[in-house]
Design a protein around this ligand. Structure first.
Ligand SMILES: Nc1ncnc2c1ncn2[C@@H]1O[C@H](COP(=O)(O)OP(=O)(O)O)[C@@H](O)[C@H]1O
Ligand SMILES: C[C@@](O)(CCOP(=O)(O)O)CC(=O)O
Ligand SMILES: [Mg+2]
Length: 382
């Protein structure tokens, strides 16, 4: 029997969400909230054995699933598991997996979880076949809120599953945390992308990439470049707690884009320019307090412009607008992050306000928090 634990972070998108699906540049940063996966593999029982099963426990939701290996073999066929070859889930296979997911009966109120459970079954059976094993998942992230819970779920899952195969080479008898090599991380990222496709429909790949490689990245057409901000940026993340689904929102933007091809491609080009300008500002050093303020004002303006274009794409929401208006009263600039339609909003906390924050702003932020019944926390990244 072998056991591993893996974790992968959530993210914020500073600029370029949605447009990145259509080839524009986007900028994302990892945040210190993770999905945690523990995986125990027990191949001692032959996969055809009555006792053999694949178990999944979603601890936060108090949900447990168990699929007998014989049932998986019957429904999904005898396809050979191949960890080193990230396989897309065919239409036929996704139909079979959906039938398996319906059977353990996810409570109606949690039916939105079914795409995550389907992604689990695809990754597990493609990497380990029908070997007996148990996966337990917990997450610090709010699910379906724009902070990339789906990608951190897929990345931590792919990382844990691959760690107990020959595709990942560290000494499995050792204890403690291991870092995967670049090639191994790339393999994790490719598998996670296959999982994201099941959850998102048409992901750009930015979320699984930032969750796999961490730090801050520029991302365009599947290519990432690691970036380093020359000075820290502090963001307030407000969760409107309005639920939404990334797949539906991404499809909505694609629909609008096919109806208004020329207008929408101009919107995507404008977002590309905003991300590139933001990148230049993030990387250019600020020499003194005046240039710090000037830098932050430019960033604020770009965030505001990006938010306007996201409204144009049809992915804002009245709850997001409430946060925008509320923070504006305190001269703070906000934009949605992730797919929008509710979910989380970013607010830049300029250095000058941070100096007086202990005196006046904590009470103000508390008011904002209560006003829209939200979860607030501050992230700092460089
Ligand atoms: N811990 C988890 N366990 C099971 N499924 C998860 C988990 N985290 C995310 N998911 C899947 O991802 C979906 C949310 O993804 P999405 O709509 O992309 O929002 P976001 O990625 O911004 O949180 C959930 O509905 C679920 O299917
Ligand atoms: C809207 C999008 O740009 C980001 C979605 O992020 P999230 O699932 O809302 O955390 C989609 C994508 O890039 O795949
Ligand atoms: Mg997602």
């Amino acid at each position: 029997m072998a056991q591993v634990r893996a974790r992968a972070p959530g993210k914020i998108i500073l600029s370029g969400e949605h447009a990145v699906v259509h080839g524009s540049t986007a900028i994302a940063a990892a945040i210190d909230l993770h999905t945690h996966v523990s995986f125990r593999l027990d191949p001692s029982l032959p996969p055809g054995d009555e006792e053999s099963a694949v178990d999944l426990e979603l601890k936060d939701m108090a949900l447990k699933f168990s699929w007998p290996s014989s049932k998986l073999r019957e429904v999904l066929d005898d396809a050979v598991a191949d960890p080193s070859n990230p396989a897309s889930c065919s239409l036929e296979r996704i139909k079979s997996i959906s039938a398996l997911v319906e059977e353990p009966i996810i409570p109606e109120a949690m039916i939105w979880l079914s795409s995550g459970v389907s992604a689990f079954l695809h990754l597990y059976t493609s990497i380990h076949g029908y070997k007996r094993g148990k996966v337990v998942v917990t997450s610090d992230l709010p699910l379906g809120s724009g902070l990339g819970s789906s990608s951190s779920f897929c990345v931590s899952l792919a990382g844990a599953l691959l760690s107990l195969t020959d595709a990942v080479s560290f000494d499995k008898s050792q204890t403690g945390w291991f870092k995967l090599t670049k090639a191994e991380l790339e393999l994790v990222n490719k598998w996670a992308f296959e999982g994201e496709k099941i959850i998102h429909g048409k992901p750009s790949g930015i979320d699984n990439t930032i969750s796999t490689f961490g730090s801050m990245i520029q991302f365009k057409s599947g290519e990432l470049i690691q970036i380093k901000s020359s000075a820290p940026l502090r963001m307030l993340i407000t969760n409107t707690k309005v639920g939404r689904n990334t797949k539906v929102l991404v499809a909505g933007v694609s629909g609008r884009s096919s109806r208004h091809l020329v207008a929408m491609s101009s919107v995507f080009t404008a977002v590309d320019c905003i991300s590139k300008e933001l990148l230049t500002i993030l990387e250019s050093p600020a020499a003194d307090d005046i240039s710090v303020t000037a830098r932050e004002e430019k960033i604020e303006e770009l965030l505001e412009m990006n938010q306007g274009l996201l409204q144009c794409m049809g992915v804002s929401h009245s709850s997001i607008e409430t946060v925008l208006q509320t923070t504006l009263k305190y001269k703070l600039t906000s934009k949605l992050t992730g797919a929008g339609g509710g979910g989380c909003v970013l607010t830049l906390l300029p250095t000058c306000i941070l100096l007086i924050l202990p005196i006046i702003s904590f009470s103000s932020l508390f008011v904002i928090g209560n006003l829209i019944s939200c979860l607030l926390f501050i992230v700092k990244f460089t």
